[in-house]
Design a protein around this ligand. Structure first.
Ligand code: HEM
Ligand SMILES: [Ca+2]
Ligand SMILES: [Ca+2]
Length: 301
């Protein structure tokens, strides 16, 4: 596996870790059923900036230093504290053994499984970054809400994904919501892309001008927002893609066949998603003597 990750990494040092993550995430999700969506996006945004190293979990150490969370591209990121909570439970049984980066990957794979998606086998052994990232790096590395297909395919090709896997990983938008502030430019600025006229009326009604204060209004990413299924693909074929990328994939000859296949057969989607997830979650990892095992996921010391 990439960079020295392995399937039995915690077999000796913390055999209960998968169980602890599973039960903790399940109980947290009972009080807030939108937790799985937030955790899955959190993993993507961690891996995208400086690799899957839990850098996104670090709190700023001072008012002067701005961490990657200060980037506008991280607006709407939630549930960082959930990983802290799970880490506390893990530390109680296996002190100083399990990285926050691995806990985040395990939590994301539980989030997928408990929402009805595939149970993905993930290799472990990531280490946590010993230095924070910053908002400039996050701005440069995270995709903006209006990214187009070419740039998106390039972004995932860098992670070793095929076109099929790149389409599949965007099926993560089967969960969760998009806040209106992420749709402002698509709806009200000079044309970004062609929106289905009926759907555009609906989007503008749901996100009227003036609804862009963070965390106010939102649109569901697909009709079954709590369920990890293939409705995202059915939806986007029907012209109901919420973001530009969601809308463009069914129209482009490079990606349309995969969108159709995944819409027709959920099992094929789950397989392609699983291999894409393995690539995403092992991108640019620290292993061996690199990095650290943090005690508190939000602090370096
Ligand atoms: C080109 C790539 C991508 C773009 C442009 C993109 C963009 C976005 C945007 C703008 C939102 C709305 C956030 C909000 O308003 O709160 C969102 C939500 C979400 N994204 Fe993506 N995304 C991309 C890829 C991914 C990937 C690879 C994953 C996971 C593997 C992912 C998982 C999610 C999830 C689960 C949500 C819902 C979050 C919630 O409800 O809190 N996205 N995405
Ligand atoms: Ca990171
Ligand atoms: Ca869904």
């Amino acid at each position: 596996y990439a960079g020295g990750l392995s399937l039995n990494f915690y077999e000796q040092s913390c055999p209960q870790v998968e169980y602890i993550v599973r039960t903790s995430l399940r109980s947290i999700s009972l009080t807030d059923p939108t937790t799985p969506a937030a955790i899955l996006r959190l993993l993507f945004h961690d891996c995208q900036v400086q690799g899957c190293d839990a850098s996104i979990l670090l709190d700023p150490e001072s008012d002067i230093f701005q961490t990657e969370m200060a980037s506008g591209k991280n607006l709407g990121i939630r549930k960082r504290e959930t990983i802290n909570t799970i880490k506390t439970a893990v530390e109680a049984l296996c002190p100083q053994q399990v990285s926050c980066a691995d806990i985040l990957v395990l939590a994301a794979r539980e989030a997928i499984a408990m929402s009805g998606g595939p149970m993905i086998v993930v290799p472990l052994g990531r280490r946590d970054s010993s230095s924070p990232s910053n908002f400039r790096q996050a701005d440069a590395s995270l995709p903006g809400p209006n990214i187009g297909l070419d740039a998106t395919l390039q972004l995932f090709a860098k992670k070793g994904m095929t076109v099929a896997e790149s389409v599949a990983i965007l099926g993560a938008h089967t969960l969760g919501v998009t806040h209106c502030f992420n749709l402002e430019s698509r709806l009200y600025k000079p044309e970004v892309d062609k929106i289905d006229p009926q759907f555009e009326i609906f989007l503008k009604m749901s996100c009227p001008l003036g609804s862009f204060t963070p965390n106010s209004s939102f649109i569901v990413n697909d009709p079954t927002t709590l369920s990890f299924d293939n409705q995202y693909f059915v939806n986007s074929i029907n012209g109901l893609g919420v973001l530009r990328i969601d809308a463009e994939m069914p129209l482009d000859p490079r990606t349309a066949p995969f969108i159709q296949t995944f819409a027709d057969d959920q099992e094929v989607f789950f397989e392609a998603f699983s291999s894409a997830f393995a690539k995403l979650s092992s991108s640019n990892v620290l292993t061996g003597n690199q990095g650290v095992i943090r005690t508190y996921c939000n602090r370096l010391y």
